[in-house]
Design a protein around this ligand. Sequence first.
Ligand code: GUN
Length: 283
Amino acid sequence: MTIIDGKQTSLDIRDEIKKEIDDLREGTGRVPGLAVVQVGENPASRVYVNSKVRTCEAVGMHSEKYLLAKDVSQDELVELIEKLNRDEKINGILVQLPLPKHIDEELITETISSEKDVDGFKAENLGRILMGEEDCFKSCTPYGIIELLKRYNVELSGADAVVIGRSNIVGKPLAALLINESATVTVCHSRTKELAEKVKQADIVIAAVGIKGFVTADMVKEGAVVIDVGINRGEDGKLYGDVEFDGVSKKAKAITPVPGGVGPMTIAMLMKNTLKSFKKYQN
Ligand code: GUN
């Protein structure tokens, strides 16, 4: 049984990105820049935002953090994004979700210039993924999962993959990316009938439901590859995935832990997308 080490893989990717940025700095005197916008003081958002900024520093990328009050108006946020859209030092703009209720998340996401949508959340980028375009911003979590599977030599072509979860930022784009890799994909969700039976058919199971321990050993085929996207805080304060790790790891051929699996990959792919934006659009 292999533990798929997302932490180490993300560090490898960070090293690769850092080398490229060092070369760019030497060659052009410029480096990619990422703007991270946080609204309010949601504790989880703060952890993610700080981690993104720290990773920028680790790879030698320019970063700017904007912490706005929770009662900031939608117009003010739009104005900031429009300013960042015009800013030549900034190649990627990330607005940490969720936003307070008085702000329309879709409107904010769509305000980000398509050239700087390094989260890959805009309808245009989702559409490009669906069309099988390689040269677009793939949403970071699905992109990180595909990268992890490839780096662990998991055969995707012809594999039966079951994705549990249908969100716009994980389940749907991941299903599209897996189809593009020639996997046969089933997407399960809260209304799915006989979900356990469907999961049991899968060579690759990807759980993105947000329920601690949702996938249990009896639902998984012997020798399956299991990817856990869940980050659920238990009553003991520790982090747990959507997969019941102890049981499932006894049957799986390979499995990602939580923490240290998919999570670190998401940030690594954000760096990759920001570097891509710099290389593609910077004149
Ligand atoms: N909230 C939870 N995950 C993410 C993410 O990957 N990007 C942004 N912008 N917000 C999030």
